[in-house]
Ligand binder design. Sequence first.
Ligand SMILES: Nc1ncnc2c1ncn2[C@@H]1O[C@H](COP(=O)(O)OP(=O)(O)OP(=O)(O)O)[C@@H](O)[C@H]1O
Length: 320
Amino acid sequence: MTSLLSIENLKVGRPMDGSFSTVLEDVSFSINKGEFVAVVGESGCGKSMTALSIMGLLPKIMNVHSGSIYYKGKDITKLSKKEINKIRGKEISMIFQEPMTSLNPSFTIGNQLAEVFKYHTNYSKSEIRQKSIEVLEQVEIPDAKEKLGVYPHELSGGMRQRVMIAMALACSPNMLIADEPTTALDVTIQAQILNLLVDLQKNLNMAVMMITHDMGVVAETCQRVIVMYAGQVIEAAPVKDLFKNPAHPYTKALLSSVPVLGQPDRVLNAIEGSVPGIDDMPNGCRFHPRCNMATNECLVNEPQLESHREGRWVRCWNKG
Ligand SMILES: Nc1ncnc2c1ncn2[C@@H]1O[C@H](COP(=O)(O)OP(=O)(O)OP(=O)(O)O)[C@@H](O)[C@H]1O
């Protein structure tokens, strides 16, 4: 299968007085056309920075130090602002955790959708109105025509997230990045939004990269999983293989901290310790201080991300 997006040895961070404080180190993975991929890991592992690197939206204090992000074969880290603006929102779109922080409270839903179309298309006013209704219907918002005239605060959290998805879909992107899209929603609404994302991915043959903490969500929605730890990819595998047979001790620990329905006696293990900060990285394997399988080699030498069985990649000296 050909990759739609391919990240190769990406290093991102913050230049400081002649030194470089790294938040992403040697990040490599790819996403195929129409594929639903989850990026998981604890808070601070670099999931959002990876997404923002793809979007060309890193915080001003950070930059791409080295490596590449190929989109349709072109390295988008080398594009000018003008060139990346043409891709962002049109070919690759992103939705965030809390729609209220992304929607402008002073403008109607119709106004905000119109802005997206005006920026990326040459549609007339009436075409924009028609397309806006169509895209709201696509995300299953009832009474789409009437909703064009309402303000974000007049909608529920779930409806606001649907509006954000509609704005992201407006120009039929090839790829949608969803950063914790359901975290701010209650459980029943979460399930509806996830089902919607899965349906859209299938019906539109759109690639989805979903960032989440929730392994339950991963099991139900995704085809492949990228596990990140301390700014690196430590495992990548098809979802069934990962759940059945996790190879990295961190992935095993993440999975053993998730409750399973019908297994009330299962012991849940919290992962002791915390993700190291960017200026506090241990030598050797970054996970070794928290790993119950660490050997002397892990303390000294940094493992590389290596192919491990078909379709799987693992960064560990003791992969199981
Ligand atoms: N604006 C920023 N300025 C400086 N450092 C930042 C900034 N945003 C994130 N970082 C640092 O970059 C690293 C990666 O953070 P990132 O937000 O990508 O993690 P994450 O895995 O997405 O976490 P979460 O699940 O909490 O969103 C962390 O060490 C974090 O402290």
